[in-house]
Write a protein that binds this ligand. Structure first.
Ligand code: HEC
Ligand code: HEC
Length: 239
């Protein structure tokens, strides 16, 4: 069967086009989202109420930009200077102090504020629904380790390599199930996300688990399978 070779290039072209379509805007909001998820969500929600600090939904309407830039990058100074809004907030939040995010540049904080103003956090996709085109090398490596079992699956499922192989030289597996080198291209991102909601074989004991793979695991495995398909394509292999 030679037809899949062309279907494969076409599929990869789609993958690449989708990655470029969002352009710079997507890159900015990705950075804002990553910073928010890493540094802010321990204490703040966006639209889900007060946590350790105030709900940040609407904050770009209730405060001015200059105030927000100053406060996020150095709330302790703003409070110490006796700014009335800051002093009241500090008192309302039982004198819990927010860290001074002085290592974030004004541009980075502005990026987060723009993203808030566009209600960005509400449009965040759960991790498994994020397209693998957003993955970086560490996500691919995390997927590779999940695939071959070096990192155990959180919900106790069997490693993929117990039943599957790919052409990835760094990961060798068994061949009870189909070879997966080009499965990312054949399925595309969303169909693969849907596929990963259930274990491959209905009879496996782990199919009873409430969730087979965590969202992060699905994202990493998609990232890995996408990287394997692309690298195989670059080597001129089609399957
Ligand atoms: C350790 C907990 C904590 C973390 C982490 C944290 N904050 Fe805060 N934040 C607070 C608290 C508490 C307040 C209330 C003011 C105070 O007590 O200093 C606050 C207040 C704010 C306010 C003012 C809200 C308003 O209604 O005016 C903004 C804006 C804000 N934080 C943004 C951020 C951003 C952006 C991040 C991530 C880069 C972040 N915070 C991370 C605890 C935190
Ligand atoms: C116990 C063996 C077993 C394990 C473990 C297993 N699979 Fe499978 N998988 C199969 C079999 C058998 C099939 C083919 C039957 C089917 O489609 O239901 C399959 C099908 C698939 C397919 C569809 C392939 C195609 O060509 O349509 C994908 C994608 C897949 N598996 C990915 C994974 C991933 C990723 C993991 C690890 C998280 C995994 N599998 C774990 C046995 C397994």
């Amino acid at each position: 069967m030679r037809a899949p070779a062309r279907a494969l290039s076409f599929g990869l072209a789609l993958v690449a086009a989708a990655a470029m379509a969002g352009g710079a805007r997507a890159a900015d909001s990705d950075e804002a989202a990553a910073t928010f998820n890493r540094r802010c969500t321990a204490c703040h929600t966006f639209g889900h109420g007060v946590k350790v600090g105030p709900d940040l939904k609407g904050v770009t309407e209730r405060r001015t930009r200059p105030w927000l830039l100053k406060f996020v990058r150095g709330s302790s100074l703003v409070i110490a200077a006796g700014d009335p809004t800051a002093t009241r907030l500090f008192a309302d939040f039982k004198e819990v102090r927010m860290p001074d995010w002085s290592d974030l540049s004004e541009t980075q904080v502005s990026g987060i504020l723009d993203w808030f103003a566009a209600d960005g956090p509400e449009h965040q996709k759960p991790p498994d629904e994020r397209s693998a085109t957003l993955a970086d090398a560490s996500d691919v490596e995390a997927g590779r380790r999940l695939f071959d079992g070096r990192t155990p699956l959180a919900n106790g499922g069997q490693p993929c390599a117990n039943c599957h192989t790919t052409r990835d030289a760094a990961s060798r597996g068994a061949s009870l199930g189909p070879e997966l080198t080009n499965v990312y291209v054949r399925y595309q991102d969303r169909a693969l996300t849907a596929f990963f909601k259930r274990p491959c074989l209905a009879r496996l004991p782990d199919s009873a688990a409430t969730r087979y793979l965590s969202g992060e695991e699905t994202f990493a495995l998609k990232a890995y399978l996408r990287a394997v398909a692309i690298s195989n394509h670059e080597k001129g292999g089609a399957r």
